[in-house]
Design a protein around this ligand. Sequence first.
Ligand SMILES: [Zn+2]
Length: 255
Amino acid sequence: MPAEIHAFRCLSDNIGVLIRDPASGACAAIDAPEEEAILAALDARGWRLTDILVTHRHADHVAGVPGLKARFGCRVVAPAKAGDAVPGADERVREGDRVRVGGLEAEVWETPGHCDDHVSYWFSGEGALFAGDTLFTLGCGRVLEGPMEALWASLQRIAALPGNTQVYSGHDYVLSNGRFALMADPGNAALEARVAEAEAAKAEGRFLVPSTLAQEHATNPFLRAGEPALARSVEREGAPAVEVFKALREWKNRA
Ligand SMILES: [Zn+2]
């Protein structure tokens, strides 16, 4: 039986995700931005929370952990590098560790750049990547702890996964990401279509998570830093892709 995955809005722009193994009933939340929204999502489906897999220590990803743990007694899996910053952590994971959710299994990837402790959870059997604040639909995370090269390396690693990988990110920033992407990559027809799709989705109360990696390769300026068109728009023609990426990230910070 395939895993059941449900993504929903939390707080103002966070995305909560539940992944459930129907055979065992085990169900994990990827991050816990908001207890109430996660409870509502569980109740609507009759699911019971058994695990929380935390991508990084920021408050908007862990605020719901204590309440959910008190209610369900669920296991809390957190990045080892977050130290004691994740409340209620039961298990601390590092690069290459495996985390089971019932019969489902995720590999832990350390994906620093947004912050030092950031990890992503790769469910290869489901073709689903939970990327937290590393890769967003049409964008990428801010580099808060850096260096820029660390986020670039994390993105390059994600970019090498199969094109049909379903990427679940931690925020819905798609409209502002889309506005920037259109400036950085003008004339990209796939991007124009994707932004139109994002606007239509927004009007219907939906959002474009998950996205596939193939869609991001075609439209996300931060994954397209190796393309001449992107180098041109930051006046770095002929420069290595990482330099173009840095210039794009700095531009987006100001945009
Ligand atoms: Zn964050």
